[in-house]
Ligand binder design. Structure first.
Ligand code: NAG
Ligand code: NAG
Ligand code: NAG
Ligand code: NAG
Length: 516
């Protein structure tokens, strides 16, 4: 009994500590794009389909056995009760010889034949598509980020209470256990305790169904043992007791001995109840909508002689005059947005940040994106013309459009868009003079663009565009434009960015009336 529990624990720990490793797979950064995670949903459905047909095959085989075994037993019982008399009959004797010669060979083949090898082959062919350990860790970090930015308790997250809104979703014991384990590993130990306590209370009410196939009692022992190892003795004790009662083993001396050891440690344990601290920086405050008095300065309509402006003047909301920040309303139509997303979706790749003149992946920027040339098709050309009408800058030397989709807790930590001395060649005046940021989707919760020094927060709204200058008139970077993309709490945030370069702007810049 004891040894089987330990064998089980060994397997269980191995399974839960090592999510299937994708051997030599390209890192796909699954969690960094909501659009990209759709692939996983589809894959999961296929895997379940295979598992279900695997179950059918098992059942078919089981049925064969269920029919055959009673017949075999009946004959064997007869033989056992009569022994010599049974075999003294030539019919019985012959039949016994034949059965033992042939049938057992067949049964052996039957038992050796692997069940569902085609399903196993399919699942193993999909291994490289499964999230890796890196994905899992990124997902854990994303949850922690959401907790800090939106002041969510462990209970909030595990019960789907997001920023005061209740969603019909929840985490199970393995989910909360893994979150606790990651916190424990990275020494944010107090929060690990909260997650483990949550795991405990879940287990008290539910039964896990996992590939480990353990019954409830073994499962409780497993978690008790894991929490013991992590030195959370009270939680371990609570689960251990539950397992004893469930298994009717409250009289088992060996188990009671172990219980006494755990209890002794639990008595000496000092538990501090902690919750993640809400991010207290201006960035965090902006993301939570704590900036007060950020109402727009005023709204104006921009008229003009270009075909687009004649058709429909643009509504401009002046957010700030110095530095100059505007929101343009309804500048992309739903149809245009659909087309942009369709174009970008298959091309999305993990975005990077500029580090030492190189583009690199970085946890400060978790999204997937793709570049689309401005002259890619009629749509992008039309949008380019519209931007010229909107901001009256020369776009000839700007960068291509970048379309992006954020993922689980996806964000872009506070940064400036200008490249400054680290990149631009000053003589060429080729820095990013201005940024146009289109919001392609509404975001249910989170995902605002926050200017941390200027105390401005702009929430994503499908079809609007945010514009600001990144440079002072003398061409140096305006550090007040420090801004970030807040973590997305609920929703799929799509944006499109255009960085307009400085070159050719000598005469055009004054056109948007700014006060600097
Ligand atoms: C496994 O799933 C794939 C994708 O849905 C399907 O094409 C295949 O037939 C399935 N294989 C078995 C044996 O069920
Ligand atoms: C975060 O939530 C706690 C309650 O859970 C509250 O006491 C605290 O003031 C909140 N912090 C912020 C910054 O909103
Ligand atoms: C793009 O616009 C041009 C000029 O208006 C037109 O001739 C062409 O058919 C358009 N292409 C597509 C694919 O719509
Ligand atoms: C450029 O202009 C800004 C704002 O007027 C000023 O703070 C900065 O010192 C200027 N830099 C140079 C190199 O002239």
């Amino acid at each position: 009994m004891r040894s089987s529990v330990w064998t089980f624990l060994y397997i269980a720990i191995a399974l839960t500590q090592c999510p299937i490793m994708a051997k030599a797979a390209m890192e796909q950064s699954h969690s960094t794009s909501v659009a990209g995670m759709v692939k996983l949903v589809l894959l999961e459905a296929k895997l379940i389909e295979n598992l279900s047909s695997y179950a059918d095959e098992l059942e078919r085989r089981l049925n064969i056995l269920k029919r055959a075994v009673p017949q075999l037993q009946a004959e064997s019982n007869k033989a056992i009760s009569q022994m010599e008399e049974y075999v003294s009959n030539p019919i019985n004797g012959f039949s016994l010889i034949r059965r033992m010669n042939q049938d057992w060979n067949d049964w052996m083949l039957f038992m050796e034949d692997p069940v569902g090898s085609s399903q196993v082959a399919y699942v193993s062919s999909q291994k490289s598509q499964l999230p890796t350990n890196v994905d899992l860790i990124e997902a854990c970090i994303a949850i922690y980020r959401l907790q800090r930015f939106y002041n969510l308790t462990v209970k909030d997250v595990s019960t789907g209470m997001l920023n005061g809104k209740k969603y019909d979703v929840s985490l199970n014991a393995l989910d909360t256990y893994v979150l606790g384990r990651e916190h424990h590993k990275h020494h944010t130990v107090d929060l690990a305790g909260e997650w483990f306590a949550e795991t405990n209370s879940w287990l008290m009410e539910h039964t896990l169904s996992t590939p480990i196939g353990a019954d409830r009692e073994k499962m409780l022992h497993f978690f008790a043992s894991a929490f013991f190892d992590y030195k959370y003795y009270s939680i371990a004790l609570s689960l251990f007791d539950h397992a004893l009662v469930l298994g009717k083993k409250t009289g088992d001396p060996a188990l009671l001995n172990r219980r006494r050891d755990i209890e002794k440690l639990a008595r000496e344990e000092v538990l501090a109840k902690t919750e993640p601290k809400a991010d207290a920086t201006n960035y965090g405050r902006g993301c939570r909508g704590e900036f007060v008095g950020i109402s727009n300065l005023y709204c104006v309509y921009k008229f003009g002689t270009s075909p687009f402006l004649l058709l429909a003047p643009i509504k401009m909301e002046i957010r700030l005059l110095n530095p100059f920040i505007i929101v343009f309303h309804d500048v992309l139509s739903p149809r245009e947005i659909d087309e942009l997303q369709k174009l970008a979706r298959p091309l999305l790749e993990r975005t990077t940040v500029v580090k030492f003149k190189k583009y690199e992946k970085d946890s400060r920027r978790t999204s997937k994106g793709t570049w689309i040339e401005r002259d890619h098709n009629n749509l992008t050309k039309r949008i380019e013309r519209r931007i010229t009408d909107m901001v009256e800058l020369d776009l000839r030397y700007s960068e291509p459009f970048q379309v992006m989709n954020y993922g689980l807790g996806g964000h872009y930590a506070a940064h400036e868009d200008f490249l400054g001395d680290t990149w631009a060649d000053k003589k060429e005046e080729d820095d990013r003079i201005a940024t146009v940021l289109f919001y392609l989707t509404d975001v249910e919760q989170g995902g605002a663009t926050v200017f941390t020094i200027l105390n401005q927060a702009v929430s994503p709204k499908r079809g609007t565009a945010l514009f600001w200058y990144n440079l002072h008139r003398n061409g140096t970077g305006d550090t007040r434009t420090l801004h970030g993309g807040c973590p997305v709490l609920v929703g799929s945030k799509w944006i499109m960015t255009l960085w307009i370069r400085e070159r050719m702007q000598l005469f055009t810049r004054p056109c948007l009336k700014e006060t600097t």
